[in-house]
Design a binder for this molecule. Structure first.
Ligand SMILES: Nc1nc2c(ncn2[C@@H]2O[C@H](COP(=O)(O)OP(=O)(O)OP(=O)(O)O)[C@@H](O)[C@H]2O)c(=O)[nH]1
Length: 409
């Protein structure tokens, strides 16, 4: 085995959860989780670059594919990354064995994250785990080749994982202070991932007002994800719940082309301090279901975390069965409301109100909510020409992509 060090850190009592950071970005992400003293989930870094791993504060780390790369990384070559993973597949199998819920964190566009992450996901699924991947997408200024590689990696992960949450690095620039360093911007991105993992950890491990168990999570994520919907909102004080809803609606991740607008399956997790009550959870549930989950199966958990004081945090994770079908609009045909095919699919567990009847059988599940361009379109004969850079932006990229505008059909 090619591990540098191997020592398990605390695992939660119930569901066995693990985070594997893959490649340079993935390792940075788990490093930051270590530094923020996130415990309860085993954190592992996997890389093809031994030097980078040696510099990492993480305890559990594996250098894979040494016979292929000499421990020097892939040099940006996805095929080398894949080969490294295949050569050390037994190391990967050992990492994913006995894991119920696996989070994979990686940056796409380089050789290791893009090549290795899908293979880790495949092996983990084979072992029976639920796999959720958080992946950073390269900056537009990192050139078209990286973007193409990243899009291909994203497609492979979407084909494999139960849910894939892409975090476009371009968005981080918009979010960050103009004077912030790249490392600060990355740290901000990685904070989203940390919040999401913590929220799901709370959901599985804390006793709640509305308990969500692993079986429900598994059922909700059973189908392979197309586009994912993911967002986080927080509020504090007297109107914490209302503030958290507004904050969630403004969450920048919900306003990028990489994310779906509505979900077929929606998981809502509410974590609140001791002041959170049923009325708050009901208000959040209704607002979130209306905004993001019409016609969706909504699964909800609400737990109390004393450490949150008067704060409330909402984390939503939705999947849609729509794989990207660009340029095709499926016309929805609605049958009269008396149609016997109408079913109640919304599980509104937060309150006693009747679930809204939804015409799940009369709507095509493949209907497309938004116009989808591929971010990594090849540039043909201009592929090798330098881009039109202005104030750090690549003007060759469509305006809607640079500005994160969604085009809804
Ligand atoms: N959010 C975030 N993105 C990062 C970070 N480091 C790198 N990236 C992005 O991730 C992409 C992939 O870079 P790496 O993870 O370093 O590449 P790798 O997967 O290790 O692949 P090779 O180095 O080619 O073997 C880059 O193009 C960056 O846009 C990080 O710490 N956080």
């Amino acid at each position: 085995m090619s591990d540098l060090e191997n020592e398990d850190i605390g695992t939660p009592t119930g569901v066995r959860m693990k985070v594997i950071g893959v490649g340079g970005a993935g390792s940075n992400i788990v490093d930051r989780l270590v530094l923020s003293q996130f415990s309860g989930v085993e954190l592992v870094a996997v890389n093809t670059d031994q030097q980078a791993l040696s510099d990492s504060p993480i305890v559990s780390k594996r250098c894979i594919g040494k016979t292929v790369t000499g421990g020097l990384g892939t040099g940006g070559d996805v095929e080398v990354g894949e080969e490294a993973a295949r050569k050390d597949v037994e190391v990967i199998d050992e990492l994913v064995k006995d894991v119920d819920l696996l989070f994979i964190a990686a940056g796409l566009g380089g050789g290791t994250g893009t090549g290795v992450a899908p293979i880790i996901a495949e092996q983990a699924l084979r072992e029976g785990a639920i796999v959720i991947a958080f992946v950073a997408l390269p900056f537009t200024i990192e050139r078209a080749r990286r973007a193409n590689t990243a899009q291909e990696g994203l497609r492979r992960l979407r084909d494999t994982c139960n849910a894939v949450v892409p975090l476009p690095n371009d968005l981080l620039i918009q979010e960050s202070d103009p004077d912030a360093s790249l490392l600060d911007a990355f740290a901000k991105a990685d904070a989203w991932i940390e919040k999401a993992i913590k929220s799901i950890w709370c959901m599985m491990n804390k006793t709640g007002m509305i308990n969500l168990d692993f079986a429900q999570l598994r059922q909700m994520l059973a189908k392979k994800a197309g586009k994912t919907l993911f967002g986080i909102g927080a509020g504090a004080g007297e109107n914490a719940a209302a503030e958290a809803i507004e904050n969630l609606k403004l969450c920048p991740l919900l306003h990028t082309p990489e994310f779906s607008k509505k979900a077929d399956q929606l998981l809502v997790n509410i974590v609140g301090g001791t002041r959170i009550g049923m009325a708050d959870t009901q208000m959040i549930m209704e607002a979130v279901a209306e905004e993001f989950g019409a016609d969706a199966n909504v699964t909800m958990g609400a737990v109390v975390d004393e450490e949150l004081g008067d704060s409330v945090e909402i984390c939503i994770l939705g999947t849609s069965e729509v794989t990207s079908v660009p340029f095709t609009k499926v016309v929805k045909t609605r049958k009269p409301s008396t149609d016997s095919g109408i079913s109640s699919s919304t599980q509104s567990k937060a309150h006693g109100s009747k679930p809204k009847p939804t015409a799940t059988k009369t709507f095509s599940s493949a209907s497309q909510e938004e116009f989808s361009f591929s971010e990594g379109d090849p540039k043909g004969e201009f592929e090798n020409s330098s881009g039109t850079l202005f104030e750090g932006q690549d003007l060759d990229a469509p305006t809607y992509l640079r500005r994160g505008v969604k085009i809804v059909l």
